[in-house]
Structure formats: structure tokens, C-alpha cells
Design a protein around this ligand. Structure first.
Ligand code: CP
Length: 320
């Protein structure tokens, strides 16, 4: 008989750079804390004093709409001070290195640095060099842990559980940090994860990732509870991985005919930004089965929970 592990009340780590080594108990703690913070968005005054006096720096070396605004909104709702640094318009353009930049930011005594960077591993390097907490907001093709956490919160909200669900992740698995973090997180939480992509867009080590691998979307989504569509990461593709976007869309795009192969109550997730008409039709993206915009709402609660826990907060927080 397996012994139940004790529930955590605080996060015993300085940083969140990926979900590969994050335990089920830690994921549960973050998601349960996010559930508490979700309520703040419904208040007339959307602010709690939990992180008053703390400083959060958003350090973005790549474009972002959702993640950066979500972290900023999350920090502000916790009453933290926020600073947004974007590499364009900074002294990076004068040749300052990543480490020199972060050492200068650290000299201003932030409590948390949220970093997005095109190089896989940049947040890990940063976490070793600075005393404050570091959160990975997406590093190259490696991980995007807060996206996966908000995706798991969405699945929990829609389905009431993660364990035992069939989840199909479809699209550019090779270049997707969202796919990687979700594979780690969802398998840790006991989901049955399927991935589907053209052979050229599957990582070499995919067989070792505890997932079922498909090269047919129709087969992959049969009877699944959740479909997660991914954007084609054209900015990370050095060569041609498929003949044309039209052909990709025909074989790997999701439309109202294919979706009927999944369970009738299937939910459709997408991390955004969407390429309408490429990986998903507009009709499906805007359909009742799509939870894409609700994912964005839950992202704020997840990031509030994470910022709060990394700053020493405990599960039984009172939100006055
Ligand atoms: N989901 C996501 O990472 O979106 P952004 O690139 O807009 O942050």
C-alpha cells in the first residue's frame, strides 16, 4: 500500500525554473493557493496587501502579451511594486551582457525576478547567480512552467480532477516550452498524456517522456477529455519542418469535424497567441468548448499564488 505524503503548507524552494523536478505536492500547493487568490479578481477593489513592500522585476528578452501583463497584474494585485524591463530600449542594445544586466538589477534589491529569454537555461543560470527568487516565464524551447500550472488549474476547474484524464497535446512539440512543461506537470499529476505532431516536429527523446506518441491528430484526440493546441513556433524553426502552412493546417489543425472524435465534453486549450485558421479554426477557438480566455484569467491567480509562496507565504493565508 502506498503511503499518502503530507500536504505542504509552504514552498521549500527559492526559484521556479521548470516543472521537471517539481513534486505533486508542490503543484497541489500552488494550485490550491491560486484557488484562494482567484476570488480577488471578483472584488470591487482588486488588491490585497500580501506582498506590500516587495519588488517584482519582469525581465523580458522576448515579446510577450499574456505572460508579462499577467505577472504585472498579479504582482500589483498583491500590492508589490513592479518594474518592467524589456531588452529592446535597454542597455542590452549597447552590448551589456545578460549577467551584467541582471547583476545591476539585483543591486536594486528586488525580491523576485521573472525572466523570459530566447536561450534555454537562462533562468537556471540567473537563479544560481542572484540571491532573490527567479521565475522562468519561458526559456527558448525548454520550459514555461507557469503556463503549464495555469493549464492544470483550467483542467481542474473544468473537470474537477487531473488524475486519469486523457490529454492530447497537438502541434509543434519540438519547439514548444509549453508542451514540455505540461508533459512534466500533467504526468506528475497522473494524467495520460498523448502528443501528436508531424514526425519532424517531435523531439528525439519524446519516447522517454512518459507520453503516447501519435503522428495522426484523429487518432490522438479519440476519446480525450482535453485537447491542447500549440502554436507553430516559426521564430524557432531554422529549416522547413513541413511543406506549407496550408498542408500543416489540413493534417494537424483542429476543426469542428475532427473535434467530434474526442469526448462530447472535451475542452480545448491553447496558450496563445493563436494563429487562427492554422492550428485551430476561428469557429472552434470561439466555441463554448474553448477555454482559451479563461486560461488567461486563471493565469493571474496562478502567478499571484507563486509570487506569494516564493516570498515566504503559507497556504493558510488570510486575504484581508
Ligand atoms: N502564453 C504565452 O506565453 O503568451 P505570451 O507569449 O503572449 O506571453
Amino acid at each position: 500500500m502506498t503511503k499518502e505524503r503530507a500536504k505542504l503548507t509552504r514552498l521549500l524552494r527559492k526559484d521556479l525554473v521548470g516543472l521537471k523536478d517539481v513534486t505533486k505536492e508542490e503543484i497541489e500547493l500552488i494550485l490550491e493557493t491560486a484557488e484562494v487568490f482567484k476570488e480577488v479578481a471578483k472584488r470591487e477593489v482588486k488588491k490585497v496587501p500580501a506582498l506590500k513592500g516587495k519588488t517584482v522585476v519582469n525581465l523580458f528578452y522576448e515579446p510577450s502579451t499574456r505572460t508579462r501583463t499577467s505577472f504585472e497584474v498579479a504582482a500589483k494585485r498583491l500590492s508589490a511594486d513592479t518594474v518592467n524591463f524589456s531588452s529592446s530600449g535597454s542597455s542590452v542594445g549597447k552590448g551589456e551582457t545578460f549577467l551584467d544586466t541582471v547583476k545591476n538589477i539585483e543591486a536594486m534589491h528586488p525580491d523576485v525576478i521573472v525572466v523570459r529569454h530566447p536561450s534555454s537555461g537562462a533562468p537556471h543560470l540567473l537563479a544560481k547567480r542572484v540571491a532573490c527568487s527567479v521565475i522562468n516565464a519561458g526559456d527558448g524551447t525548454h520550459e514555461h512552467p507557469t503556463q503549464a500550472l495555469l493549464d492544470m488549474m483550467q483542467i481542474l476547474e473544468s473537470k474537477g480532477r487531473i488524475h486519469g484524464l486523457k490529454v492530447a497535446i497537438v502541434g509543434d512539440i519540438l519547439h514548444s516550452r509549453v508542451a514540455r512543461s505540461n508533459i512534466y506537470g500533467l504526468t506528475t499529476m497522473g494524467a495520460n498524456v498523448r502528443v501528436a505532431a508531424p514526425k519532424t516536429l517531435l523531439p528525439k527523446d519524446v519516447e522517454r517522456m512518459n507520453v503516447e506518441v501519435y503522428t495522426s491528430v484523429e487518432e490522438a484526440i479519440k476519446d480525450v477529455d482535453v485537447i491542447m493546441m500549440l502554436r507553430i513556433q516559426l521564430e524557432r524553426q531554422a529549416s522547413n519542418f513541413f511543406p506549407s502552412l496550408r498542408e500543416y493546417s489540413k493534417f494537424f489543425g483542429l476543426n469542428s469535424t475532427k473535434v467530434k472524435l474526442a469526448k462530447p465534453d472535451v475542452i480545448i486549450l491553447h496558450p496563445g497567441p493563436i494563429n487562427r485558421g492554422v492550428e485551430i479554426t476561428s469557429e472552434l477557438a470561439d466555441s463554448p468548448q474553448s477555454v482559451i480566455l479563461n486560461q488567461v484569467s486563471l493565469g493571474v491567480a496562478v502567478r499571484m499564488a507563486l509570487l506569494y509562496l516564493l516570498c515566504g507565504g503559507t497556504k493558510d493565508a488570510r486575504l484581508d
